[in-house]
Design a protein around this ligand. Structure first.
Ligand code: SF4
Length: 155
């Protein structure tokens, strides 16, 4: 089960997309210098199909993508909800997942996502817009991960 703290429409997190970013709590990664330490607590409302269907109804015409920000405490649930969203939106909405794991969790597939970001935040290396970053942002094409991290530094 996943809980979320809040959501917001953002423009930088997924290149080329108007994204509804859902901030998921109970993050297990414990990155030093975390930008949102409150997301480490297991708080907020349950994130389920009803909530996502409501968000789609409310924002579906204003966005092109929904991004799960976190969810590493239950990756299979992120995958399941992403599959639900894509089906519910009938192809009109892309989905993205910001994971703080270095690698895709075992048992998690690519086919239910359009974008995946991997890697914890390491203060000394910086975020996606830093040349030194350890994080990677991928476009998922035919279940293949295409590294497009560079696009964060061209804007
Ligand atoms: S993955 Fe993100 S939210 Fe979780 S501890 Fe690291 S920086 Fe914070």
């Amino acid at each position: 089960m996943l809980r979320f703290h809040n959501y917001d429409i953002v423009f930088q997190e997924v290149p080329g997309e108007v994204t509804l970013a859902v901030n998921i709590s109970n993050c297990p990664n414990g990155c030093k210098g975390c930008h949102s330490p409150y997301l480490m607590d297991d708080t907020g409302d349950i994130l389920d199909e009803n909530v996502l269907a409501g968000l789609l109804e409310k924002y579906g015409n204003a966005i092109t993508c929904v991004c799960f920000m976190g969810g590493d405490s239950d990756p299979q649930e992120v995958e399941r909800l992403s599959a639900f969203l894509r089906k519910a939106a009938a192809g009109s909405i892309r989905t993205a997942w910001y994971s703080g794991r270095q690698k895709l969790p075992r048992g998690c597939g690519l086919r239910h996502f359009d974008f995946i970001k991997l890697g914890p935040y390491v203060e000394s290396l910086g975020g996606l817009d830093c040349a030194s970053t350890n994080q990677r942002f991928y476009l998922i094409e035919n279940e293949t991960m295409v590294d497009m991290t560079e696009s964060f530094r061209k804007r």
